[in-house]
Design a protein around this ligand. Structure first.
Ligand SMILES: Nc1ncnc2c1ncn2[C@@H]1O[C@H](COP(=O)(O)OP(=O)(O)O)[C@@H](O)[C@H]1O
Ligand SMILES: O=C(O)[C@@H](CO)OP(=O)(O)O
Ligand SMILES: [Mg+2]
Length: 440
């Protein structure tokens, strides 16, 4: 493997190491004797009758493990829901595996039990809530009139239509009995401390995992606007359309908003995010001798359009040494989207890498790695892919047309035979995607 590809992977892994969810909890939750110090606030452990740990998301098992160690015998009970294959072995905190990105029966049953545990909490209790990306699918508690099948259809349609995560979650929040601050409602009036690993641009509590303990800024009207803007009126189940229309006409109560009393004793905080990963990646790149720039942690847009923009920046560095001179490393984080029209296999990062390879000129001597920090890009076992300015030429010499793969959303099968996939396995963290370009 080209040594620069090894450097790309080392820079990516340095970013991942900085956002390990267990280290995030260790950074934010300090125990001093029988007092916890969290985000400059102190909590006397003996002032609570019972302490619970609940949560959901791809990376919450390691968070629960660290919190359990910190709390020791003060922990009363716990239950977290993680994506299949993302569990840890924790006694005293039950770890249940469930479906992601598509909700399933296991998640439904676990969410019902988790909700029941939280409803037990009283004003004398403390509930820790651990949230990372993936929680929207894993915490699934359809609200009256909506079935699990309805939610499965909604998820499938929304994921494929090109809607971004805020739009997807706006609708999922309004079909749920636990999202959008409703877990806080179930816990009220207990003290709630929510530790969040952000995988959404803007780090808004309500966007991450559909904000189970955060006030919801979206409304039924926002849902209807999204449905019409993507032309989904005939693709979503009748139950869903009926509920949204009833909500728009005020016949159904809205989700809990800012100033709702249920949030009086809730303390939400972001303990790791994309920028933290990018900063660690930058340090690694600088140590490898590159002039390094972080261009953004808020990249969004359709993967193939974003790819052309990123390729253009890399080519500018190559040709005119702007915005930085080679040997250069550019680092960009965020979350692109893909409107899936083909029947192929892939993910937004693999699609971005393929589209970027097609935008590079053969003489450019530019390398790039595009990968998801959670280790799973789309419904594939790859986190992403690595490319350079020879990737397209190599495929064509093997009589494989890159455009055919791109137009069929089949980026995984384009890269697999070339050995260009980035395989990490579940990373147990999730701070969106990381793109690294090296211009030697
Ligand atoms: N064949 C494909 N090619 C490119 N992108 C795809 C393909 N299939 C699904 N996707 C994209 O992958 C997204 C889900 O990927 P995933 O990595 O599970 O998201 P997340 O990590 O944010 O939970 C979908 O929103 C969809 O846009
Ligand atoms: O659970 C969710 O709502 C989203 C965003 O946090 O995570 P993911 O995109 O990984 O499903
Ligand atoms: Mg992913």
């Amino acid at each position: 493997m080209d040594p620069i590809n090894e450097q790309l992977k080392a820079i990516f892994n340095a970013g991942l190491d900085a956002v390990k969810t267990d280290s995030a909890v260790k950074r934010w939750v300090k125990r001093r004797g029988n007092t916890l110090v969290i985000n400059h606030q102190t909590y006397k452990l003996d002032s609570f009758k019972r302490i619970f740990i609940v949560g959901a998301g791809k990376g919450v098992a390691p968070m629960a493990g660290v919190l359990k160690q910190i709390l020791g015998d003060y922990l009363y009970r716990g239950m977290v829901i993680v994506k299949n294959g993302h569990a840890g072995d924790l006694d005293a905190v039950e770890v249940v595996e469930a479906g992601h990105p598509h909700p399933d029966q296991a998640g439904f049953e676990a969410s019902r039990r988790l909700a029941g545990m939280v409803e037990e909490a009283t004003a004398d209790d403390l509930v820790f809530c651990l949230i990372t990306g993936g929680a929207s699918s894993l915490l699934t508690l359809p609200i009256d009139g909506i079935t699990l099948e309805d939610k499965q259809t909604v998820t499938h349609v929304l994921l494929e239509c090109g809607a971004d995560i805020q739009e997807i979650n706006t609708i999922r929040k309004h079909l749920s009995g636990i999202k959008a601050g409703q877990l806080a409602k179930k816990a009220y009036p207990a003290q709630v401390i929510t530790l969040i690993v952000s995988d959404v641009i803007g780090n808004q509590y309500t966007d991450i995992g559909s904000g189970p303990t955060a006030p919801d800024h979206t409304t039924f009207q926002s849902c209807w606007n999204i449905i019409t803007s993507y032309g989904l009126e005939d693709r979503l189940p009748a139950n869903v359309i009926r509920r949204i229309e009833a909500g728009v006409h005020g016949r159904i109560p809205e989700t809990p908003k800012e100033n709702d009393p249920v949030f009086e004793r809730v303390n939400n905080m972001i303990v790791a995010d994309n920028l933290l990963a990018l900063q660690a990646a930058q340090t690694k790149a600088e140590r490898l001798g590159y002039n390094t720039l972080i261009l953004s942690s808020a990249l969004e847009g359709e993967s193939r359009q974003v790819a052309r923009f990123l390729a253009a920046i890399a080519m500018e560095v190559r040709q005119t040494h702007h915005p930085i001179a080679p040997p250069a490393c550019l680092i960009i984080g965020g979350e692109t989207t893909v409107q899936v029209k083909g029947s192929g296999k892939g993910g937004r990062n693999q699609e971005l890498a393929l589209a970027m390879a097609l935008s590079l000129k053969a003489a450019d001597n530019i390398y790039a790695l595009c990968a998801g920090s959670d280790g799973s890009d789309g419904m594939t076992d790859a986190a992403g892919a690595i490319i350079d300015n020879t990737t397209v030429g190599q495929a064509r010499s093997e009589k494989r047309d890159p455009w055919m793969y791109l137009n069929n959303n089949d980026s995984y099968n384009f890269f697999k035979p070339m050995g260009n996939l980035v395989i990490t396995g579940p990373t147990l963290t999730n701070v969106m995607d990381i793109n690294i370009m090296i211009i030697p």
